[in-house]
Design a protein. Structure first.
Lengths: 361, 521, 307
């Protein structure tokens, strides 16, 4: 307890949800304030910038659809990362897992020769599996050889980026693409349906929301979810309770990597209809999803809201680029700022400020 | 033997101010008033015991003196001059040294490096070498032998304590605080330590000796200050008091030293260990051929100084550590090197040493914690799904039966007090009608009420025909609770004695590594 | 091509390529020895690179560029220190935030420099005399960077300071057992701040080396994951500055040997080599039990006695 003037600062061990929400909003506001400096630097009145952003995103059907489209991969990756972070597995590899899913889906679409109705389901299945495998390798390395999970998942991103680059420059390079580094376009049956006049591939969106619901159930209602929570909260207690780390880590990364893989399927089957440069497939969704998950604070349901928020930020980035002539990297700066402010004021949640009673002031 | 030399020095003329005066100290933590207007005074050339139960506020008071935390209000005078101690650096400069209960040592470093840490006035390059020379001289003067070049983790607990004392002396400490210094020592090492304290008195130091053991106060201290619930109950010369009245002051009521328990009727063996070998975390032998049996309906106490293989023994028996060789039968099944889950399912309850780190999941609810070991079995789990209604019903019962004080079963376990956390662990571990209970330091750090309750629960288990293996460093507890006492030293059992005929001297000798001559019963 | 020129060019290139890795690794070793993991190396390096290029271009003095890179890296690290030491935030997340932020901001700041060559890059150094030694001369002493030699010299000095000096005892103690250091009057927070900032300065210089000497130009994302390799090498070197030299040489040597295999493998495979190496290196470290050598309090924020 500390006294500051007429106030009493008290520590609390468990902050209420309302406080968490308030502090999170505060972080976003603070980041928006800091962004004003950058707008100034580019000679743009920040207020005008925010008005234009609002008009370009929430103010139009097109903007809202853009936001939804961006939110889909963020949601799928984010829900998986929430799961991984709950078990204290630092999966920084959603980007690579997403690409792995995209690669597998492209392989199925281009080369499997499956009958049309089977094509999309198989692509989703293959994408899930590929992402899962790409995620489970670091899990194995961590449990068996104590290889740091942050590094290994990250390195796996770079490896997958170059595998994609190799595929589109080499063996999978589309003969009909006249020298561009793309694969051929997928057959029509491998295209996901869209909400009309938009790029929102709604089946993936439905899968994402369903995943958030299922993972919420998994965490609270199943044995696996229980073991995952114990392993994440206290590894020693997990050992004491006889929980199998290898199994928990593998299943967590199966789900986490698999969901990211589904996001990759959605991007290639819903938007691009071909495999192309890694930066064009993802624009960093896998990394941004880390912030989506961190902001969701362990709740897959909250990831629906936070992924929408970052969908909005991506859409805003597009607006800024087109109308204000500021490079798209501004999204990275803003994301970094939000995350920084978020962890910076985290400590605030553990203090309660009270006014001292009159007599003691 | 209270201070032959110290007596004269203790009665310094009234005109000289005391070495240390802490006046009206107040310190609060969330929910507790740790120090409630405490006034405490120590003179040069005396050993002053600070006596009180766990949680009485002794350590907080000393942490304030050593600059580790700041008081809410109150003043400190050193040799009559007011001191403002903001950090340990200030305290050291004022000639205050502290030997913490859990040693503050950097284990991978050498003794000399540990002493050189943060030491002013050493050369920039090669400070350890300079310190080595100084250390040799100091250890001779105070009879504290230790090799300055040894790595600290290689030393025994007694030697590590010497390093701590040397660290303080090297910095010219005149006021030395020792926090529960005997908890890691054999009775013989304790006597050695007391001799060192005598020597320090002769040199004019003031020694503050924090303890909750009455016997030690009577043996070594000149004066004693008793604390209870954050308040000072009184300060008086040891020569004018006795154990019984000190105990009354400390606890606030009459204390029963013996717990009533029925006659022991041992049944069949619930645990048989034969020639067990295992390594510790540093891959050095920790158990070297341990053999013992625990019967149903008896408590076998394992006495010994910390770090002699107790932890490894418990870990091997509960499946947390692999045995190299040897045999283990638990409740009739041969279970060497099985998983913790398999062993728990065979009917073993484990009350772990590290309550908060291992015994509970602090961030999860009381409810979730109560099913930690049984979450995967019916009725709590069917197929992949948890049966939340069953969990809730079970938790409700456990909370009531074991009187766990919690706002609700949904409250996060980290919000409970130490005693209630231990009750939670017992509620969970004893719920499945175990055949063998393995309890490591079950009352360590708990207040009197919780301690009594937990001891009674263990005895009730024994009376119900459960075998209990009790590991504790508190000899008093071992003697009070056990039916037979096994003493462990260097990873071997030195001997087993029926508690009824055991003497402290005999057990003390075995704790120091002397093998029992009489054949084991 | 004969074996001699293989050895020469591999060693020569390994030294050049390894220089930023060495600087970065030495810095991260100091931060982690004091108990703070900084996953922001990639971000600090790229901020160092863009600011060094900018300063070098404006002033025409490449050394001023390197200096600016170091200062900017150090300032970025101070933000990490503020978050993790004072505000006790999760070190992983704070470092990641720094990297995301750094990559974004450098992209904004560097936009105008894309495709612009540096007018006045850092001069190369050929050691007179030594360069004439057969094989070793051209491999180690011809057309090398000043920063390569300074880096190796720095490694020796940092090793001496860490293991043989008063500061070293304090730094290692703060990383092993901050409570002990605190109880002896060492300012744990100050030591951590300084070590993290020092690590940032070195990472910034490493970035500056890339844009002012190695290329010398600014391209977006030019650190290309080197910051992450640095973190892997820190573990591989078992937090020891001298072993870092060996680890970096081994890593960069393998990397350039792989380049020799051009023609047999597609170039993308060569590009993914270092990342596969980094995982391999950690797996080897894991097999040897290097994790146990990690500082005892690594990654754990320190709070004083108060509950």
């Amino acid at each position: 307890m500390k006294r500051v003037g007429p106030f009493l600062l008290e520590r609390r061990l468990v902050p209420s949800p309302l406080v968490v929400l308030g502090v999170s909003l505060l972080a976003i506001l603070a980041a928006m304030g800091a962004m004003a400096i950058i707008f100034f630097a580019y000679g743009v009145d920040p207020l005008r910038a925010y008005v234009m952003i609002a008009r370009g995103t929430l103010g139009s059907r097109f903007g809202v659809m853009q936001m939804l489209r961006r939110a889909i991969p963020l949601l799928l990756c984010g829900v998986g990362l929430v799961l991984a972070f709950r078990s204290k597995f630092w999966n920084i590899g959603a980007e690579g897992q997403l690409l792995a899913g995209a690669v597998a889906a492209s392989g199925v679409a281009l080369f499997s020769g499956l009958p049309d109705p089977l094509l999309l389901p198989t692509m989703f299945g293959a994408g899930f599996l590929a992402g899962a495998v790409w995620g489970m390798i670091p899990a194995l390395l961590k449990v068996k050889l104590q290889v740091n999970d942050v590094i290994s998942t990250l390195m796996m991103n770079y490896i997958m980026i170059y595998i994609v680059a190799w595929l589109i420059h080499g063996p999978w390079k589309g003969p009909t693409m006249r020298g561009f580094a793309y694969t051929d376009t997928f057959p029509r049956a491998a295209w996901l349906p869209l909400i009309p006049r938009s790029m929102v591939h709604w089946p993936t969106l439905v899968i994402g929301v369903a995943a958030a619901l299922l993972m919420t159930l998994l965490l609270s209602r199943t044995r696996l979810g229980y073991e995952l929570r114990v392993a994440g909260e206290s590894p020693d207690a997990a050992r004491y309770a006889g929980i199998d780390f290898l199994k928990v880590s593998l299943v967590v990364m199966l789900l986490s990597g698999g969901l990211a893989g589904l996001a990759g399927v959605g991007e290639v089957a819903g938007i691009h209809h071909k495999l192309l440069g890694p930066l064009h497939i993802s624009s960093g969704y896998g990394y941004t999803a880390i912030i989506v998950a961190w902001l969701a604070r362990g709740s897959p349901l909250a990831a629906i809201i936070t992924s929408l928020l970052f969908g909005f930020i991506f859409a805003a980035g597009d607006v800024i680029r087109v109308t204000l002539q500021i490079p798209f990297q501004v999204v990275g700066v803003f994301s970094g700022l939000v995350l920084s402010f978020l962890i910076g004021i985290e400590l605030l949640m553990y203090w309660r400020v009270r006014l001292l009673p009159k007599g003691e002031r | 033997m209270a201070g032959t030399n110290g007596e004269n020095l203790a009665h310094t003329p009234a005109t000289t101010p005391p070495m240390l005066l802490m006046q009206d100290i107040v310190k609060s933590f969330p929910g507790v008033l740790a120090n409630d207007h405490v006034t405490f005074e120590v003179r040069a050339g005396e050993v002053h015991a600070l006596l009180g139960e766990h949680g009485a506020g002794k350590t907080t008071l000393m942490n304030i003196l050593y600059g580790l935390c700041r008081p809410d209000s109150g003043r400190i005078f050193i040799r009559g001059k007011e001191a403002h101690i903001r950090s340990p650096r200030d305290a050291i400069a004022l000639g205050i040294g502290m030997v913490h209960q859990h040693f503050k040592l950097v284990y991978p470093h050498t003794v000399a490096e540990n002493v050189a840490l943060g030491l002013a006035g050493t050369p920039f390059f090669g400070p350890a070498r300079v310190v080595e020379r100084g250390l040799t001289e100091l250890s001779q003067r105070y009879n504290l032998p230790v090799d300055p070049k040894a790595k600290v983790w290689q030393l025994s607990a007694g030697e590590q304590q010497r390093v701590e004392i040397l660290k303080a002396l090297y910095r010219g400490a005149e006021i030395l605080i020792l926090d529960e210094p005997t908890s890691v020592l054999t009775p013989q090492e304790t006597l050695e330590l007391f001799k060192v304290l005598e020597r320090m008195k002769e040199e004019g130091h003031a020694v503050i000796f924090i303890t909750h053991k009455l016997q030690e106060v009577m043996e070594v201290a000149d004066r004693v200050t008793v604390m209870r619930q954050g308040k000072v109950v009184g300060t008086l010369p040891v020569s004018e008091t006795d154990k019984a009245s000190l105990a009354r002051m400390m606890v606030g009521r009459e204390v029963v030293f013996r717990i009533a328990k029925g006659e022991c009727r041992p049944g069949e063996e619930s645990l048989i260990v034969e020639d067990l070998h295992a390594l510790n975390d540093r891959a050095l032998p920790a158990l070297r051929g341990v053999s013992l049996t625990v019967c149903r309906g008896e408590i076998l106490g394992i006495a010994g100084v910390a770090g002699n293989g107790q932890r490894e023994l418990v870990e091997v028996l509960t499946g947390l550590r692999r045995a190299q060789r040897g045999k283990v039968w638990i409740l009739g099944q041969e279970l060497p090197n099985r998983s913790p889950r398999r062993i728990a399912e065979a009917g073993v309850a484990h009350i772990p040493e590290e309550r908060i780190r291992m015994g509970i999941v602090p961030g999860m609810s009381v409810e979730d914690n109560l099913i930690l070991k049984k979450h995967h079995r019916p009725p709590f789990c069917r197929g992949p799904f948890l049966q939340l209604r069953e969990v809730r019903r079970f938790a409700q019962r456990g909370v009531e039966e074991y009187k766990i004080m919690t706002p609700s079963p949904r409250t996060s376990a980290k919000l409970l007090s130490g005693g209630n956390i231990q009750k939670l662990i017992l509620a969970r571990e004893l719920s499945g009608e175990p055949g063998l209970v393995i309890a490591a330091h079950p009352t360590y750090g708990l207040d009197v009420g919780a301690t009594e309750l937990i001891r009674q629960l263990l005895i009730r288990q024994r009376d119900a025909g459960v075998g209990v293996l009790l590991v504790s460093e508190d000899l008093e507890e071992i003697i009070t609770l056990s039916d037979r006492i096994a003493v462990i030293f260097g990873g071997e059992i030195m001997g087993v004695v029926p508690a009824a005929v055991a003497t402290r001297e005999e057990i003390g000798l075995m704790m120091a590594g002397e093998r029992r001559r009489v054949p084991n019963p | 091509m004969n074996w001699e020129s293989w050895v020469i060019s591999t060693l020569n290139r390994a030294l050049a390529h390894g220089t930023p890795l060495l600087w970065g690794t030495l810095g991260e070793i100091y931060a982690e020895r004091a108990g703070v993991v900084n996953l922001g190396v990639e971000g600090m390096m790229i901020l160092g690179a863009v600011s060094a290029f900018t300063a070098a271009q404006f002033t025409g003095n490449p050394w001023l560029g390197i200096l600016t890179g170091g200062v900017v890296g150090g300032m970025a690290a101070l933000v990490h220190a503020l978050f993790t030491v004072t505000l006790r935030a999760n070190q992983y997340v704070s470092g990641l935030a720094l990297t995301i932020f750094g990559l974004g901001l450098s992209g904004l700041l560097g936009a105008r420099w894309v495709g612009v060559p540096l007018d006045n890059p850092l001069p190369k150094l050929t050691v007179p005399g030594l360069a004439q030694i057969p094989v070793l001369g051209p491999a180690l002493f011809q057309r090398q960077s000043y920063l390569t030699y300074i880096g190796i010299f720095l490694a020796v000095v940092l090793w001496l300071v860490l293991y043989k000096s008063r500061w070293g005892i304090s730094i290692r103690s703060v990383g092993e057992s901050p409570a002990t250091a605190d109880a002896l009057g060492v300012n744990v927070f100050l030591v951590r701040y300084l070590c993290v900032a020092f690590g940032g300065v070195l990472a910034g210089v490493a970035g500056g080396f890339l844009s002012v000497e190695y290329r010398p130009a600014w391209t977006e994302g030019m650190t290309a994951g080197m910051g992450w390799v640095v973190i892997a090498l820190t573990i591989f070197a078992a937090w020891n500055p001298l072993r870092a030299v060996g680890g970096v040489l081994l890593f960069s040597g393998l990397y350039h040997l792989a380049y020799r295999l051009q023609g047999w493998f597609p170039p993308e495979f060569l590009k993914l080599m270092p990342y596969a190496f980094a995982i391999l290196v950690l797996a080897i470290a894991g097999l040897r039990g290097a994790r146990q050598l990690a500082p005892g309090a690594l990654g754990i924020p320190y709070t004083r006695g108060e509950k």
